[in-house]
Design a protein around this ligand. Structure first.
Ligand code: SF4
Length: 245
């Protein structure tokens, strides 16, 4: 019988070699995430540390790399770590079965779209682990902060957006062949080759309908206003101002 969640892979992070795990959720019960709508969610977690602890103590390098948004740096990451903690606790208790060819067949049949990296950077995990899942699911969204690393697997360009925090970073990533997803301060303007996230434009549009954030193509780059708790927004605005000074 189909379960709601599965452990897909456990292994060493490609970023720093630490033990990490991917968990897929949402096969039976849809996510409550109002922005994404019904996408399977994928959680890349440090294997041996509770997510909040990892984030607070900077022990999340294996899954987040040196992402400037994480809690131990800017603290503007929008992910609700209470959710990741719940998933981690269930994983730790052995509640999740392991993903198998049967679930790949389910994906091929029903073509559930997937969000690659609801938390954690997809590129921490070997490309060849992800690709069969991405191909079976048919549609996806995904982002990476690791696009600037010389050892980032460039095959990811066809599936992921480069996450950037400034126009200069966006230009750099685009010149390297990435489409970009730029987080910007609330009143910042769009550049000529960007459109605003469609959900921010109209909250009736969810990722499951839009699916624009799906990697390199002739589609426009995306920008979105920083969102979340006020202190996270404020941290990001200060960071943006420091970049432009
Ligand atoms: S542009 Fe579309 S796919 Fe990308 S985050 Fe916004 S709603 Fe989701």
């Amino acid at each position: 019988m189909l379960k709601n969640s599965y452990v897909v892979w456990e292994g060493s992070s490609l970023i720093d070699g630490s033990p990490i795990v991917i968990i897929l959720t949402g096969f039976v019960n849809h996510t409550l995430n109002r922005k994404t709508g019904r996408l399977l969610q994928s959680w890349i977690l440090q294997k041996n540390v509770v997510p909040t602890e990892a984030a607070k103590r900077g022990l999340d390098r294996g899954i987040c790399g040196d992402c400037p948004m994480k809690l131990s740096r800017l603290g503007s990451c929008y992910v609700n770590l209470a959710v990741t903690n719940n998933i981690y606790r269930k994983y730790e208790s052995g509640a999740y079965p392991y993903f198998s060819k049967n679930e790949i067949e389910v994906l091929k049949r029903y073509r559930y779209p997937i969000r690659i990296g609801s938390y954690g950077d997809p590129t921490a995990v070997p490309f060849d682990v992800w690709e069969p899942i991405i191909l079976a699911s048919g549609k996806h969204t995904g982002y990476t902060h690791q696009w600037f690393r010389n050892d980032c697997d460039l095959r990811w360009q066809k599936y992921l957006m480069a996450s950037v925090q400034s126009l200069a970073q966006a230009r750099l990533a685009q010149n390297k062949g990435w489409r970009t997803f730029r987080i910007m301060a609330p009143n910042a303007p769009l550049s000529d080759n960007e459109i605003l996230c469609r959900h921010t434009e109209d909250d009736m549009i969810r990722c499951e309908i839009c699916m624009l954030c799906d990697g390199a193509s002739s589609k426009p780059n995306i920008a979105d206003r920083v969102h979340g708790l006020n202190w996270k927004i404020s941290n990001f605005v200060k960071y943006s101002e420091s970049l432009s000074n």
